[in-house]
Ligand binder design. Structure first.
Ligand code: 4FV
Length: 247
């Protein structure tokens, strides 16, 4: 998978490319990454990439010409890639979208700054507009990093053992089960016995119950959206009976 980031601060990505699973994925050539400076596509010698908004008002807007030049050049280098503008006006990013994007050959990620980019860029030169959430950042760079991170870990072989991403939170519409590791006793707090039992079927059941309980308590909105399978319905019915007998 190829990631081309268009930004006026390409150096912001240096530490991002150089650490953890992203660094390993680059070393193993499972992803190709580059951060391109939009300023390099500005025609004037001061490499200006912003200007005052038509209609007045505060702040500046990213000029269309440097952006268009950078996007067209990136598309030429990665014709299969889809172009994404990170902005609060976009579809809100989630795990399902990450899985969709992970199936693509490449992504060209356009990072806005100032008040945003000239609308004619969003209209004519962008395949997707994606938001990482209903809040306003100073720039699209952090949003681009979040997208690269969430997509890269879904690429086969990036996470040790293909199975890892399947048990993700949200992968099956539930929050992930609780995790425990050594020591067995931490400040007097133990670990659920079943996890020490070696009974894989029982451990699987416990983990499903843990996921369902955590989702019910922390994100019941997810359960509203989820099609429950027979086992999940059985577990919820069991709790329902327990609670009913209590009241
Ligand atoms: C944003 C978001 C975001 C808007 C103006 C950058 C800022 C500034 N991007 N998801 N939320 N972008 O707030 O993606 O140009």
């Amino acid at each position: 998978m190829k990631f081309v980031v268009l930004t006026i601060f390409p150096e912001m990505f240096d530490p991002f490319w150089a650490h953890g699973i992203i660094r390993k994925a680059i070393e193993d050539q499972r992803i190709l990454t580059s951060a391109v400076n939009i300023r390099d596509y500005a025609a004037d010698r001061h490499q200006v990439t912003d200007d005052r908004p038509y209609g007045g008002g505060s702040g500046m807007v990213m000029k269309p010409e440097p952006l268009a030049g950078a996007i067209r050049d990136a598309v030429q280098r990665a014709p299969q890639a889809k172009t994404v503008l990170l902005s609060p006006q976009g579809r809100v990013f989630n795990q399902a979208m990450a899985q969709e994007l992970a199936a693509l050959e490449g992504l060209i990620l356009v990072c806005g700054r100032y008040e945003g980019v000239d609308e004619r860029i969003a209209d004519d030169l962008v395949d997707y507009e994606i938001s990482i959430g209903d809040f306003v950042l100073t720039g699209g760079e952090l949003a681009a990093m979040i997208l690269v991170d969430a997509v890269t870990r879904l690429i086969p072989g990036v996470l040790g053992g293909d199975k890892a991403a399947e048990t993700d939170s949200f992968a099956d519409g539930l929050l992930e089960h609780a995790h425990y590791t050594r020591p067995r006793d931490f400040e007097g707090r133990g670990v659920p016995e079943v996890l020490l039992s070696g009974h894989h079927r029982e451990i699987e059941n416990w983990r499903l119950e843990s996921s369902l309980m955590r989702t019910l308590l922390k994100r019941s909105d997810l359960l509203d959206k989820k099609a429950l399978n027979r086992q999940e319905v059985e577990i919820l019915n069991k709790w329902y009976r327990v609670i009913k007998n209590l009241i």
